[in-house]
Design a binder for this molecule. Sequence first.
Ligand code: SIN
Length: 527
Amino acid sequence: MAGMMVFCTRSLLSRRSSSPALRHPFVSLLSRQISSEADSIVDRLKSSGLLRTQGLIGGTWTDAYDGKTLKVQNPATGDVIANVPCMGGRETIDAIGSASETFSSWSKLTAAERSKYLRKWYDLLIVHKEELGQLITLEQGKPLKEAIGEVSYGASFIEFFAEEAKRVYGDIIPATLPDRRLFVLKQPVGVVGVITPWNFPLAMITRKVGPALASGCTVVVKPSELTPLTCLAATELALQAGIPKGAINVVMGNAPEIGDALLESKQVRKITFTGSTATGKKLMAGAAGTVKRVSLELGGNAPCIIFDDADIDVAIKGAMAAKFRNSGQTCVCANRILVQEGIYEKFATAFSKAVQSMQVGNGFHEGVVQGPLINEAAVHKVEAFLEDAVSKGAKILVGGKRHSLGMTFYEPTVVTDVKNEMLISRDEVFAPVAPLLRFKTEEEAIHIANDTDAGLAAYIFTSSMQRSWRVSEALEYGLVGINEGIISTEVAPFGGVKQSGLGREGSKYGIDEYLEMKYICLGNLSN
Ligand code: SIN
């Protein structure tokens, strides 16, 4: 996932219309219409109390100590939705202090007590599903239906871990001497630093904070500076659910300073991060200074392999879902679509037709299934990738340029004759661009699929049960979808191998990331 730069300012609310495309009269008119719709949504969110625009330290909504702020912008219009504090090291140290103080009481609650708080938080997230979805669309750009889907997905981690809190079992080990008894106790690791990306403003937070709180840990969350509002709204609901002050703290702003404060603190015993592989490596290195635990969910380069024997309709539906979810901006999006030579042309034609039918636009508009990219840097990245691919022989079948809507809207794109050596196959595209690669044999497909440093998600489409197993076992990936394009769920372990990360999130395995194991030997029992 691309690293994003955010600047702190002292500026007041303002509109931005720097994109040349926005200067076109028709686009300006459309943009004004969209802006006024967005303004009324912001007003509604303000009156519901969910538009929080401060950080949270020890249960108190807080500005940056030096008064600096940063703008949160709507990627569909460039409008400023809100200003939030641009916090740094000092605020983070205080947030860690508050999390550490609260840890002593929160970790001592019974699992059932913690579970009740989490369950209440889940209920409130669901009650406010629509408003949270609107916030996600406003600050991230994904279509409203998809955004509301993210709220259900995000809330499911809180519900799941509310239940799982009660299932943190230890062990009794058969003793090696008659007068001893050996036990294994699971205890919370302590204060956790939670660093999350912009592509899932809610779900990536709940997938980490849910198991952390369930196990008895307290947290300092740093949401992406591009999308902090959803996190702040969800945190407001956590307070309303009665989760004690100090259990969840939120800071945002100067990412390097916040990151350093989290890494340097001896009180922070774990960092959990979702984002770019480059940042993940820095965090891993930085955590060495205090020997912290790390969970890393990093970039992917998902192959989606369509075999000759696949049901073509199932394959097209699955590949569309795997590629175009969140306009291609997920770590598990199909990055390379490998199609066997016998059906390559047929698949390319039918797939292109489906891609052409997708409606691009403002996520609040009915029928829109593709929103804008998160920012200009994302557009420049895809442009560079396509230029490289075309210069090396790839052909653009559909799309291939900015959408006529301007801003960061990009045309859903299909590229054929792509080779695994091209930039577009080596790195995450993170855009609605589907590169089609051709292969002859199963062995060749497996070789191409595994020829990458990443190893998060992979997809295969085939009617053969034998091939399903054979290829799944051979793929060097943490998740494999067979004849399915979207497989994420709170009940299954999510995480990658190789340079896609460490640890697993969600499922019964996810809570272990927040637990230490303690061996207790009870001796001299015969005395
Ligand atoms: C991600 O893109 O990092 C998460 C995607 C998912 O949870 O399905």
